[in-house]
Structure formats: structure tokens, C-alpha cells
Design a protein around this ligand. Structure first.
Ligand code: PEP
Length: 245
């Protein structure tokens, strides 16, 4: 069973063709990464352009529709993402769960469609602030993993991302002990081994300590993935962890 660390960047709804210069710098650093993978998930219009110049840098989409081709105006399915040259697709990001009403069942269907298309789904789970304050973080994440992650996937074929909703874009992070606890809970709920990323306000300033937490197999990075210098500092932190770890 392979659990290969991954540093993945989520550009969200940011980026134009000019942003591909940042991607080029990230790709140059990714080309020398050893023992872990690096990926960037740009918005759909940049997907094929990014894939064409990515080299060893993995490219991912930020969502996909679970259905095969059909009359679904404005939507993009997993086969189209694969056809654009991507290797990954994020599914179940909290901004989709909250903003688009995506349920665990819908997220699981997207992850299954991604697997069927030959993509590696990055399945996101995480508790809200109210759930954490109610002492329910572990139970919420366990239930989300059980309901959102497909029952079977190839060795190395699925990635989980633990992203506390309240930590995303806020500058706040759980304590290192809390991250370790939830990663343990998530790992126990997975049907088979998979890399588990931490996501939520990972920056160059905290990446070293977060990536050293036992059970953290990498990071899903939003804001700090938009500037090559910041993201490369996080890649460097992963490389340092691989060396000492
Ligand atoms: C994210 O969008 O998945 C994320 C973790 O964002 P940020 O790093 O900006 O908190």
C-alpha cells in the first residue's frame, strides 16, 4: 500500500492566462521534488493550458459533475477533466458543500466518477466552527469520511483532505494536537490507506510544523498557492520533512 505525500494548491476562482507564469515557476520546483508529488488545481479555463506546460507538476480540477456527457449546461464531468490533461480533481470542498448544497452522497458520486475516469479524487472533509465548539469535530469528520469516500479505490488512487471549514482562508488553524487527532480519526475511517492532507490557512510560516505532525501526508493550500514564492516555500517545507521524517 502506497501513501505518497502531496502538496496541492487550490487556486479557487482566481487566475488568468498570465497566472501561468506563476505555474511555470512552481513546475520548475516540482521537477526537483523527490519522494512526494506537487499539484496545482486552477480554474477550468486554465486546465488544459496548465496541463500542457506542467511537466512533473500534477494538474487538477476543483470539481466535476458525476454524470456522463449530457444536457447539463455549464457543467464539466470527470471524463472532460481527464481529457484536458488533469490527473486530480478536488471533490467536496467546503465551498462546494456549503455554496452548492453538496451532500456526502453527491461528493461520493463525484469521487466515484473521478475514479472511473482515471483521475485521483482529493476528497475534502472538515467540521464547521459550531461543530468544533460543540465537541463534535471527530464525529463529524468520521461520518463524512465514511459517507463521502468510495468503498474501494486503487492503491494510491485517492487522497483525503482534512480541512476544518473555520480554518479555510481565515488565518486560523487547529492546534497541532487537534490536527493529529482528526487525521487519526479520518485514517481509521478510510476503507484502505490513502494520503491525508491537512488544509486550512497553511502558509510558509506554519508549513514546517504542520507537515511534521504525525499522520499529515501533505497539504491542500488555497491562498498561499497563488504566489509561486509562497507555494514553493511550502514545497520546500515538505522536502525538509521528507528528509528528516
Ligand atoms: C482551500 O481552499 O482548500 C484552503 C485550504 O484555503 P486556504 O489555504 O486559503 O485556507
Amino acid at each position: 500500500m502506497t501513501v505518497r505525500p502531496l502538496i496541492a494548491g487550490n487556486w479557487k476562482m482566481y487566475g488568468r492566462q498570465a497566472s501561468l507564469l506563476e505555474l511555470d515557476a512552481i513546475a520548475a520546483r516540482a521537477a526537483t521534488a523527490s519522494g512526494f508529488d506537487v499539484a496545482i488545481c486552477p480554474p477550468f479555463p486554465l486546465l488544459a493550458l496548465a496541463a500542457a506546460r506542467a511537466g512533473q507538476l500534477g494538474i487538477g480540477a476543483q470539481d466535476c459533475r458525476a454524470d456522463p456527457d449530457g444536457a447539463f449546461t455549464g457543467d464539466v464531468n470527470a471524463a472532460m477533466v481527464k481529457d484536458a490533461g488533469a490527473a486530480f480533481v478536488i471533490v467536496g470542498h467546503s465551498e462546494r458543500r456549503q455554496g452548492h448544497g453538496e451532500t456526502d452522497a453527491a461528493v461520493r458520486a463525484k469521487a466515484e466518477a473521478a475514479l472511473a475516469a482515471g483521475l485521483i479524487p482529493i476528497v475534502c472533509v472538515g467540521e464547521t466552527l459550531a461543530q468544533r465548539q460543540a465537541g463534535a469535530a471527530a464525529a463529524v469528520v468520521e461520518a463524512q469520511v465514511r459517507a463521502s469516500v468510495p468503498g474501494a479505490y486503487p492503491d494510491g488512487g485517492l487522497v483525503l483532505a482534512y480541512e476544518p471549514v473555520w480554518a479555510i482562508g481565515s488565518g486560523l488553524t487547529p492546534s497541532l494536537e487537534e490536527i493529529e487527532e482528526i487525521h487519526g480519526v479520518a485514517r481509521a475511517a478510510l476503507p484502505s490507506p490513502a494520503a491525508i492532507l491537512y488544509g486550512g490557512s497553511v502558509k510558509p510560516t506554519n508549513a514546517v510544523e504542520i507537515l511534521a505532525v504525525p499522520g499529515v501526508d501533505g497539504a491542500l493550500v488555497g491562498g498561499a498557492s497563488l504566489k509561486a514564492a509562497d507555494f514553493i516555500a511550502i514545497i520546500d517545507a515538505m522536502a525538509q520533512q521528507i528528509r528528516v521524517g
